[in-house]
Design a protein around this ligand. Structure first.
Ligand code: UN1
Length: 509
């Protein structure tokens, strides 16, 4: 049986934990209330900043940039290396704050901090690998090459559901690339943001790096908009809804800034006739019900072959009935709360729409623990069997709501997978090599992440993370995502003593 912590208990834990991470609570005091999805009650009050403050912060960051860009990249890496140590030291505390403010179960909250440590490790290695190419010049006595230089101030706007890791993907990479960061975290997770920032501030101070390399600005939409519009922000990296991205993208483009967008997902798994159903069930339950359905990579659709659809749905429904829902910080809990009432209402509305379209709820739906936690919104993860992929299935509902549709021909499964506006993550469960290869091929899934025999969520940091279409096209984290944080200069160097022109042009004077 779950037990929900009281308001005073949770608030005391949050403040004490934040303090231990180095947060100066007096400096961040204010009158904006914050709350926890765990009990739906107040945690503390916090100060918000305005657009004028963003302008100052960007100014300070630009000054830091002028100094930091001159520091050799491997020496910049040393800062990130120290930061990783501090993150490891504060792993439990940071995870506690993630649980309190985002409602993640302890294991996933710790996983989020591990993801921060992992990206730091990656970035440290990257600091010696910011490779440019050298190309053969067509002219004698010439060298043609490219050099990657620091870009400038990076603005980061992040969402409640990954209140720490997404910022760190941007920040660890930005720092080794030579860029300072100004961060607007979600309004819902300010203490986590302050605690994360405190660990980095300590590493910066110890390293002797410019103090304003990393700044956090708490506030509402005004703060986000000021970052979006500020000409001093060279790259704006924003994670959130497609609606948000639709507003941000054109505004940044209008001032010829760069943007990196990580927006909605509507991720599916195709389960073929040959699939190992044990594996599929485990993979689907984690991806669809884990994190209470609140990852951008959460699985929201299963596209099952008609030969396995009934058995798969029954087994999923049985697994769903066994899911321990409750206090995310209690051992054994697998499903924590939804972030707020709005999220719960959206889930309920989607279920209504789905049943209106002929869908049948085969598991979950409805609230849990309403008696124990009347102000919190624990939802029973739901599965809805749909006659086809209707409009509600094609829209992203940020909750543990999984639709099951069926197919006969594999090509049709791929069509269903791709027939949504979003393009973040996808997977196929199959033992058939041809189906697996087809799914990952150019004719297969149109997503940025395409997996075989694992779910859609829980990507490692080593790959580039992001997706196509309404997901926004941005790539963060590993692989060569670092290039978005640097500017490329193409250099032609003439050591010939003559001036031959390219393309054979003759301009003799
Ligand atoms: C997000 O939900 O915004 O692949 C990021 C995953 C995590 C990151 C999710 N590594 O699920």
């Amino acid at each position: 049986m779950t037990s929900i912590p009281s308001q005073s208990e949770l608030s005391a834990l949050a403040l004490e934990t934040a303090r231990r991470c180095g947060v100066d609570l007096a400096a961040s005091a204010g009158d904006v209330p914050t709350s926890s999805p765990v009990n739906g009650q107040g945690v503390t009050t916090i100060g918000w900043r305005d657009a004028a403050y963003v302008d100052e912060a960007v100014g300070r960051a630009q000054e830091a940039f002028r100094e930091w860009r001159r520091v050799p990249a491997p020496a910049r890496g040393a800062l990130v290396k120290r930061w990783a140590e501090l993150l490891a030291e504060h792993k439990d505390d940071l995870a506690t704050l993630v649980s309190i403010e985002a409602g993640k179960i302890t294991s996933e909250a710790r996983g989020e901090i591990q993801e921060m440590i992992d990206i730091c490790d990656f970035a440290v290695g990257l600091s010696r690998q910011l490779y440019g190419r050298t190309m053969p010049s067509e002219r004698p006595g010439h060298r043609l090459m490219e050099t990657w230089h620091p870009l400038g101030v990076v603005g980061v706007i992040s969402a409640f559901n990954f209140p720490a890791a997404v910022w760190s993907w941007n920040t660890a990479v930005a720092l080794v690339c030579g860029d300072p960061v100004v961060w607007k975290p979600s309004e819902l997770t300010p203490l986590t943001a302050l605690a994360c920032q405190a660990t980095l501030a300590q590493a910066i101070a110890e390293h002797g790096a410019p103090e304003h390399l990393s700044q956090v600005v708490l506030g509402g939409p005004e703060v986000g908009e000021a970052l979006v519009d500020h000409p001093g922000v060279a790259l704006l990296s924003a994670t959130g809804s497609t609606r948000m991205g639709r507003a941000v993208g054109p505004r940044v483009a209008d001032r010829f800034g760069r943007s990196l967008l990580e927006l909605g997902g509507n991720n599916a798994a195709v389960v073929t006739g040959s699939a190992d159903l044990d594996l599929a069930v485990r993979g689907i339950v984690f991806a669809a019900a884990g994190t209470a359905g609140q990852r951008c990579t959460t699985m929201r659709r299963v596209i099952a072959h008609t030969s396995v659809a009934d058995e798969l749905t029954d087994r999923l429904a049985a697994a769903y009935e066994r899911l321990p829902i409750g206090n995310p910080m209690q051992e054994g809990t697998l499903v924590g709360p939804l972030v707020n009432k709005r999220a719960y209402d959206a889930m309920a509305a989607a279920i209504t729409d789905a049943t209106g379209d002929g869908g049948k709820v085969v598991a979950g739906g409805g609230r849990a623990h309403e008696d124990l936690a009347p102000d919190a919104y624990y939802a029973r993860p739901a599965i809805v069997r749909m006659p086809e992929q209707t409009a509600v299935v094609a829209r992203e509902t940020f909750a543990p709501l999984l639709y099951v549709v069926t197919y006969d021909e594999f090509e049709h499964a791929i069509e269903i997978n791709n027939a949504v506006p979003q393009g973040l993550s996808s997977s196929v469960f199959t033992q058939d090599l041809v189906e697996a290869e087809l799914f990952v091929s150019a004719e297969g899934s149109d997503c940025g992440i395409v997996n075989v025999n694992i779910g859609t969520s829980g990507a490692e940091i080593g790959g580039a993370f992001g997706g196509e279409k309404e997901t926004g096209g941005g790539r963060e984290s590993g692989s060569d995502a670092w290039r978005a944080y640097m500017r490329r200069a193409t250099n032609t160097i003439n050591f010939s003593g003559n001036l031959p022109l390219a393309q054979g042009v003759d301009f003799t004077i």
